[in-house]
Design a protein around this ligand. Sequence first.
Ligand SMILES: Nc1ncnc2c1ncn2[C@@H]1O[C@H](COP(=O)(O)OP(=O)(O)O)[C@@H](O)[C@H]1O
Ligand SMILES: [Fe+2]
Length: 188
Amino acid sequence: MDRNDALRLVKEQLTDHRYNHTLGVMETAIILANQYGAKEKKAELAAIFHDYAKFRPKEEMKNIILEQGMPSELLQFNSELWHAPVGAFLVQKEAGLDDEEILDAIRYHTSGRVNMTLLDKVIYLADYIEPGRHFPGVEEVRDLAKVNLNQALIKAMQNTIQFLMKKGQPVFPATFYTYNNLVMYQED
Ligand SMILES: Nc1ncnc2c1ncn2[C@@H]1O[C@H](COP(=O)(O)OP(=O)(O)O)[C@@H](O)[C@H]1O
Ligand SMILES: [Fe+2]
């Protein structure tokens, strides 16, 4: 699938604001992929499709999580987490995209996962730092992303966990495990 076909499919699913965010993630993912040696075409497609399910009704997402045997624990946490695994499923089903590496990067773009692939990391980070993002701490992560992918990811996850905890919200544990995994096993 080429970029324009993918963009056309995604545009139908998103608001203009979310589509612009997607374009920002695409540009950023391509830069990060080239910088850190991930496959550019895979990064481009994963970025384009990463929020495919963002505006699906909660009931539909809930049913897919249950029917497809996804971790039902997800349902106890912030529904913001659901569009990532549901998106991976729907991108395969509706857009016919069959590349497991791309589907995984979509699936884990919100929570992260232990042993993230290079592509997972590129998409997670591109989503966090694309030029349309403006929130406290984003600039620090942008600076880190220029020099060290893992450090940038660790900072982004720290920020996300702290943000949720400050608001007294539950934290889906995959993000803690991902954070620990990066801190304990990173090579640089
Ligand atoms: N571990 C987690 N537990 C609960 N909510 C989380 C967790 N990680 C991220 N979130 C929430 O998910 C949302 C971000 O989703 P994400 O897919 O990264 O971005 P976007 O909003 O652009 O789709 C935020 O509301 C964030 O607080
Ligand atoms: Fe998302």
